[in-house]
Design a binder for this molecule. Structure first.
Ligand SMILES: Nc1ncnc2c1ncn2[C@@H]1O[C@H](COP(=O)(O)OP(=O)(O)OP(=O)(O)O)[C@@H](O)[C@H]1O
Ligand SMILES: [Mg+2]
Length: 335
């Protein structure tokens, strides 16, 4: 925890303890003073809720009840004033929780808006750069292929040209991914069989998996109904997730793609036995351009998130009990 967090906790806690002490040290018959002290509890309540949301509000309520109720019980006389204190205690907890809840949802909304604006700004810059890179790259690749065709196959310079051609292809794929990221998502919905989609994607990636010595298995849930989704974009999502899973595995390890449904949702789970994601990287992996790979663009998961969320779904991940990671895509079943 940072120094400023400790300071906030200290100030809120100090106020609660200080106000409680005022109660205990003031003559119980000084009703007016006690009434003032009681209202002073709203101060730590506002601070705690504002700084720590619902958790802060709950902590302040519990602390105030724990510190102040012995006083109330000890001096209880069953008068109208005691009844008022009890009533105000209930109101205090209600206000605390409402305030905490409102502050927290406001903060979440604000964070989501900032994140959306940040992503849109990155998207604009990325697509401008990608757009400018596209034509020169195509020219380099095209000319390199032409020159290569005119050279004897075993010439040393031809080997070097092949490297130029390969690397240009890789850059072209990167530019394609960057252009995709900069474009707003326009869904083309149609009846989509998630099982078929998962099977076709796994089939297409089988050569990639076997080249790495990774076993790719699929377990479709046949009870899953067809759904109104953008099949082409979801295929891109599955391709990205399965490719990541294969890349995380060493030879001999396994990637399992499973579909299943719960009450109102369809799920696709991609489980690998790979290297896992370090605690430190877990909050960064959906950020655009975050990559731990030598040749990664770091746009794969950022695109996955955008596409899945545009279809009302979500993408989550968790470490497996034994080894590796499971990514889960959840999309709502049609009503
Ligand atoms: N299944 C996985 N197991 C372990 N790490 C993963 C897994 N999936 C993603 N990651 C981590 O998340 C990072 C971001 O993934 P993302 O797909 O966005 O980019 P990338 O794979 O590095 O590059 P590319 O843009 O080519 O997909 C990866 O570099 C890797 O560190
Ligand atoms: Mg990737």
């Amino acid at each position: 925890m940072s120094k400023s967090t400790w300071l906030k906790i200290g100030l809120t806690g100090g106020l609660i303890v200080g106000i409680s002490l005022l109660h205990y040290l003031t003559d119980p018959y000084e009703m007016e003073l006690h009434a003032v002290h009681q209202r002073l509890y709203y101060l730590p309540l506002v601070l705690g809720s504002f700084w720590f949301g619902i958790k802060g509000a709950a902590a302040v309520s519990i602390s105030v009840i724990a510190l102040y109720s012995p006083y109330v019980i000890y001096h209880w006389q069953g008068t109208f004033h005691d009844f008022e204190t009890l009533l105000e205690g209930g109101l205090f907890v209600f206000i605390a929780l409402t305030l905490g809840f409102l502050v927290e949802s406001q903060k979440k909304e604000h964070a989501a808006r900032i994140e959306a604006e940040r992503l849109a700004a990155i998207g604009r810059v990325v697509s401008e750069i990608a757009h400018d890179m596209k034509s020169p790259l195509m020219a380099i690749g095209g000319f390199a292929s032409q020159v290569s065709r005119n050279l004897p196959e075993d010439a040393d310079s031809n080997n070097k040209l092949q490297i130029v051609i390969q690397e240009t292809r890789r850059l072209e794929a990167m530019v394609k991914e960057m252009l995709e990221f900069g474009k707003p998502i326009e869904l083309v919905l149609s009846r989509t069989d998630l099982n078929e989609l998962a099977e076709k994607t796994a089939e297409a990636l089988e050569p990639v998996a076997s080249k790495e010595g990774v076993k790719l298995k699929i377990e479709p849930d046949r009870s899953l109904p067809a759904m109104n989704l953008d099949g082409a974009k979801l295929r891109q999502v599955l391709t990205n997730l399965i490719t990541n899973a294969i890349q995380a595995c060493a030879a001999g390890e396994e990637v399992l793609v499973r579909t299943r449904s719960s009450d109102a949702e369809a799920l696709v789970e991609i489980t690998d036995q790979g290297c896992g994601i370090s605690e430190e990287d877990r909050e960064k992996i959906f950020q655009p351009f975050f990559s731990t790979k030598k040749q990664g663009t770091g746009l794969g998961l950022a695109n996955v998130k955008r596409i899945v969320e545009a279809q009302g779904g979500k993408v989550t991940f968790h470490p497996n009990k034994d080894k590796g990671t499971t990514f889960v895509i959840t999309v709502p079943l049609d009503k």
